[in-house]
Design a protein around this ligand. Structure first.
Ligand SMILES: C[S@@+](CC[C@H](N)C(=O)[O-])C[C@H]1O[C@@H](n2cnc3c(N)ncnc32)[C@H](O)[C@@H]1O
Ligand code: SF4
Length: 385
């Protein structure tokens, strides 16, 4: 049995103080949340998954990362965060809480204060990812955010004082945004010396308020050419500021890429708990996926009754796993080893795309070039048999 396998744990907190018009994440507005109850149920679900699927080979794993995502997990009380972190650490062998296990909390600037950030650090959080979204009042309003530019900036500054690993998210390529406006926003970001940046082009997702507006012709997405120009400027500015891309939308200082997301992108194993979370791991030599039910109230009732909210269990075919590895691996600047997955590839097409400078291939490591990353989806459609 292979030993020393990294495993990650994802915890989904499905609540926010308001719903942003672009967001299709599993996030809800709900008052009167019994956080103790929620904490206990999350721990129950973790215990259930570990007992059912990992008890025979727990020792082969070491805990690589914990990620509190949402929704807005910065709304969780620190005592509850601490309890969940302790449980995760207790279950898997870990070297030291601070240095070895990356423990991220996604945070909305509207729910932060310096003392809260300090209490998160005391709870074991060692990496914070702040949803700043924009440093331009006009675009924060467009995005329907319930915080100001000042709040975002102030909380990033506090976060820098409290944590050694600070990331923030920005959205760009919005309707009516100019290249100059995005450049200005990005330059502001570098004033805070981020360790990591997630820079997302705005997408219009099914089921969102923006999608309704789009269908009625009230929201016109930005022109593709302009979006590509912004992507290109982003590449240059991040490189110049020593926070280069390591994935399509993610940029980091050396040694500060997100271990948790890298584990997903490299086809690693993880446990996901909370409404709508997904787990993927090898069980009985098969890559297994667990889907947790999505609706928060249905989930909590189910966990109280059965100890877990698992809705579906599926075993992946090896071809599907390879497909996923390729899909994820090509998002990474370092690329993916295609040796085990050549059978699913149309190699003639691969060589054509290398010739056209969209792909690179060296010793079986296949990478997208910058131009390739601009049209990743169409490349994937072309090279998979
Ligand atoms: C779970 S949220 C982050 C934490 C917190 N809920 C917040 O909004 O501050 C994840 C991130 O996904 C990005 N995001 C969500 N929907 C998006 C969309 N339609 N287009 C681009 N980025 C999006 C946002 O940047 C957001 O910060
Ligand atoms: S972007 Fe963040 S704060 Fe806004 S609804 Fe989505 S999860 Fe909640």
């Amino acid at each position: 049995m292979k030993d020393n396998v990294p495993i990650s744990i994802y915890i989904h907190w499905p609540f926010c103080t308001s719903k942003c018009p672009y967001c299709d994440f599993n996030s809800h507005i709900q008052k009167n949340i019994d956080q103790n109850d929620w904490g206990n149920c999350l721990v129950s679900e973790l215990n259930y998954i570990i007992k059912t699927y990992f008890s025979d080979n727990l020792k082969k794993y070491y805990l690589k990362s914990i990620f509190f995502g949402g929704g807005t997990p910065s709304l969780i009380e620190s005592s509850i965060l601490k309890k969940i972190v302790r449980k995760c650490i207790e279950k898997f062998k870990c070297f030291s809480l601070e240095n070895e296990v990356e423990i991220t909390l996604e945070a909305n600037p509207n729910s932060l204060t310096k003392s809260k950030l300090l209490s998160f650090r005391d709870a074991g959080i060692n990496r914070i990812s702040i949803g700043a979204q924009s440093f331009d009042k006009k675009f924060l309003e467009f995005l329907g955010r319930d915080h100001s530019v000042h709040e975002a900036k102030r909380n990033i500054e506090y976060a820098r004082e409290v944590f050694k690993n600070v990331s923030f998210d920005l959205i760009y390529a919005m309707p009516n945004q100019t290249v100059y406006e995005w450049e200005k926003c990005l330059k502001t970001a570098f004033q805070f010396e981020p360790d990591h940046l997630s820079l997302y082009q705005l997408t219009i997702e099914e089921g969102t308020a923006f999608n309704q507006m789009f269908k009625k012709g009230k929201l016109i997405p930005i022109d593709n050419g302009l979006a590509s120009e912004m992507y290109s400027i982003t590449e240059d500015l991040t490189q110049n500021n020593k926070v280069p891309a390591y994935e399509v939308s993610n940029y980091s200082k050396k040694g500060k890429s997100c271990s948790h997301n890298l584990n997903y992108w490299k086809g690693g194993e993880w446990i996901g708990i909370g409404p709508g979370a997904v787990s993927r791991f090898f069980y009985n030599n098969k890559r297994t996926q667990l889907d947790i039910r999505k609706d928060p109230n249905g989930w909590i009732n189910c966990v109280k009754e059965n100890g877990n909210g698992v809705k579906n269990i599926t075993s992946e075919r090896i071809e599907d796993f390879w497909n996923e590895k390729l899909l994820m691996g090509l998002r990474l600047v370092k690329g993916v080893n295609i040796k085990p997955i050549k059978s699913i590839l149309n190699m003639a097409k691969v060589y054509e795309l290398i010739e056209a400078s969209y792909l690179d291939l060296d010793n079986d490591i296949m990478k997208t070039t910058f131009n390739g990353r601009l049209r990743l989806n169409s490349i994937l459609a072309e090279i998979i048999k």
